[in-house]
Ligand binder design. Structure first.
Ligand code: HEM
Length: 171
């Protein structure tokens, strides 16, 4: 591939990151028959995070303890499935050289770990009284979780669709 020149000189620009061996190796290693486990597993924490917020709203609206219990279970399973998704994503980040070399993959890691801390706090807080926990802090944490999970998922999508990480060759 032709390297770009510095304007008005014969000197060529070299990107030291792109020069690393294995930079173009971005195919998923943590996969079943070539299908990345991380991509398959992220749907669960994303959906459950939205469910927790929905259940909190319904508890606030109806006062029915069923919804507070539903929020307890959905926030807990969002956290646990989020951890599973996080393990597969972290393995991908550490073991695939082309993913490890790209800064956006590390940005996604930082956003995702922030999300996991929030999901864990949202669940843990409810374990000491799931009905009393909903208003106001439970529902506020659920709302924030929805915002952060949306950002995490959007950014993960960028890794796949813009940088083609986990698919075949990177840019
Ligand atoms: C905690 C550590 C995490 C790391 C290191 C990580 C890393 C990655 C990587 C490398 C990709 C590119 C595709 C692949 O190689 O499989 C990706 C995609 C993605 N990640 Fe993560 N991830 C983490 C956690 C999460 C969490 C907790 C969520 C959401 C709950 C999430 C949502 C996504 C989404 C939606 C995609 C795009 C999947 C697709 O469209 O195929 N990630 N992640």
């Amino acid at each position: 591939m032709a390297k770009p020149n510095i304007e008005g000189s014969d000197e060529q620009l070299i990107d030291p990151v792109a020069e690393q061996p294995g930079y173009n190796e971005t195919e998923s290693h943590i996969a079943i028959l070539g299908h990345p486990i991380h991509a398959m597993s992220v749907a669960f924490p994303i959906a459950l995070t939205f469910c927790a917020f929905g259940a909190d709203i319904l508890y606030w609206w109806t006062g029915d303890g069923f919804w507070a219990r539903a929020a307890l279970w959905s926030s807990g399973t969002a956290f646990l499935f989020g951890m599973l998704a996080g393990f597969s994503g972290t393995a991908e980040l550490l073991f695939v050289s082309g993913i490890r070399a790209r800064a956006p993959a590390w940005t996604h890691f930082i956003i995702a770990v922030t999300l996991l801390a929030l999901l864990g706090a949202n669940w843990g807080y409810r374990l000491y009284g799931y009905e009393a926990a909903v208003l106001p802090y439970g529902i506020l944490m659920s709302a924030l979780s929805v915002a952060v999970v949306s950002f995490t998922g959007w950014h993960g999508g960028k890794l796949v669709f813009d940088y083609r990480l986990g698919t075949s060759k990177g840019n």
